[in-house]
Design a protein around this ligand. Structure first.
Ligand code: LLP
Length: 431
């Protein structure tokens, strides 16, 4: 870490992020200059990286009838949604709030699908009134309520039922969703009966089937297994006279955080489409709901080193970003690479736990990292485009960070830094 490298990408899978002699760049933008201008912590995203990630899916589906619905929970900032809306994506939403964001960003409501185990009646009404494309229903009880709500509005709700294929995605237990013990979807063995029930309800029209087995999946096998299980169900459901117009395989494809080697979206889909073709479903309308793989490696979080705190057992590098900005290490023991924004020639390196200012021992961003840093230096936390800002909180009354979207040489501020006053707007003093 002692001598500056010339323009080379530092994270496989993130070619828009590279060192030049004067520091780290995202596309054509010098990140140190950006941090000086806007302050830290600062999220910076590359539009080109998002569109390149999307292009991998588009290539994978070339010539097919496929709809890509960006799972916006990964990063729901309006500027990010605009990039995907303008590129023709639909959206996978999980709340009425997310629907409002799609509308505010100019997304096409007919391409919105609504997932989640706990949709309220108010959210169902809102989505029906807006005219969303499909409800991905997760239980019998929800089917009954949705039908009732739709009839009360003299509407018919388009539905898909999320089936739980009971395959192991081999990922962190908190982000594994397709196993029997998970709260998501309906059990494979109950699916046919529940489809018949859905078809019997007057306020519903069955249009599809969906599954989602987990997140940060780094191999093709769980997808291939899930596809087999879902296609078996489609055959059974259609044999009972219920047409399935589209098949939705969910999201979940992983990204490279460290030494992960997930397949690319086009390689994965070449393999999956071969199975689909072999089983005679290749001409069917297909849907996917990728989140992390579209935005995760398109973003970094810039932060400043506040203090170095050497210790007997550990050296701490205290930065100005914390678990409220970057919750994944605290929640999932997740790894994010941390690199200097400007590579220092002279400073000697040491091993640090990189921690934030929040009053919790769980507030660490990286453990045992070798860094050559001094107070005042800036660091970049990599792979911070997905599930960081969208999961950020105001814990410790820390305002959420600002966000920049980079497009070539342009840097657009897409979210202003939250002030303390912003964090308590809406609160009321006692009389
Ligand atoms: N569709 C459904 C129904 C989902 O529940 C999810 C993610 C996705 C699509 C998108 O999955 P992706 O392509 O992003 O893997 N906060 C965790 C990840 C939670 C994922 C929740 N569901 C993390 O930071 O790792």
């Amino acid at each position: 870490m002692s001598s500056p490298t010339t323009s080379s990408s530092i994270l496989p899978g993130a070619p828009q992020l590279a060192y030049r002699p004067d520091g780290l760049y995202l596309e054509e933008v010098n990140l140190d200059a950006l941090a000086r201008k806007h302050g830290t912590p600062l999220f910076v995203y590359s539009k080109a990286a998002m569109l390149a990630a999307l292009a991998a899916y588009q290539q994978g589906f070339a010539g097919r009838n496929a709809q890509i619905c960006y799972a916006m929970k990964a990063n729901s900032s309006l500027g990010v949604l605009q990039v995907f809306a303008r590129a023709g994506c639909g959206f996978d939403i999980v709340s009425g709030g997310e629907l409002e964001r799609v509308l505010a960003a100019g997304g096409e409501v007919g391409k919105v699908i609504f997932s989640g185990v706990g949709k309220t009646r108010a959210e169902m009404k809102q989505a029906l009134a807006a005219g969303i494309g499909c409800f991905n229903v997760e239980s019998e009880a929800e089917l009954a309520v949705l039908s009732e709500v739709a009839l009360s509005m003299s509407k018919i709700a388009p539905v898909s039922i999320r089936v739980n294929p009971n395959v192991d995605p081999k990922t962190h237990p908190y982000i594994s969703t397709g196993l029997k013990g998970n709260k998501f979807g309906v059990a494979h063995e109950d699916a046919l009966r529940i489809y018949k029930y859905a078809a019997s309800l007057e306020g519903l029209k069955v249009v599809g089937i969906d599954c989602h087995i987990g997140s940060q999946i780094t191999e093709a096998t769980p997808y291939l297994d899930a596809m087999d299980r879902v296609l078996d169900l489609v055959a059974g459901i259609e044999a009972s006279g219920i047409a399935i117009e589209h098949i939705d395989f969910g999201g979940g494809l992983g990204i490279n955080y460290n030494e992960d080697a997930p397949p690319t979206a086009d390689a994965l889909w070449r393999e999956l489409l071969a199975k689909l073709d072999a089983r005679g479903y290749g001409g069917r309308k297909l849907m996917v709901e990728p989140g992390r793989s579209l935005v995760g490696n398109a973003g970094v979080c810039l932060t400043e080193v506040l203090y170095l705190k050497p210790g007997e057992q550990k050296n701490f590098c205290v930065i100005d970003a914390a678990m409220n900005d970057l919750p994944r290490p605290a929640m999932y023991q997740a790894f994010h690479a941390i690199v200097p924004v400007v590579q220092q020639r002279a400073t000697s390196s040491a091993v640090y736990d990189v921690v934030g200012p929040v009053c919790e021992s769980g507030d660490w961003i990286g453990r045992d990292r070798t860094l050559a840093v001094a107070a005042g230096d800036r660091l970049a936390v990599l792979s911070a485009g997905a599930y960081c800002m969208s999961m950020a909180s105001n814990y410790n009354t820390r305002g959420r960070a600002a966000e920049i979207l980079v497009d070539g040489t342009q840097a657009h501020l897409i979210r202003a830094r939250e002030t303390a006053a912003d964090t308590f707007r809406g609160e009321k003093l006692l009389p």
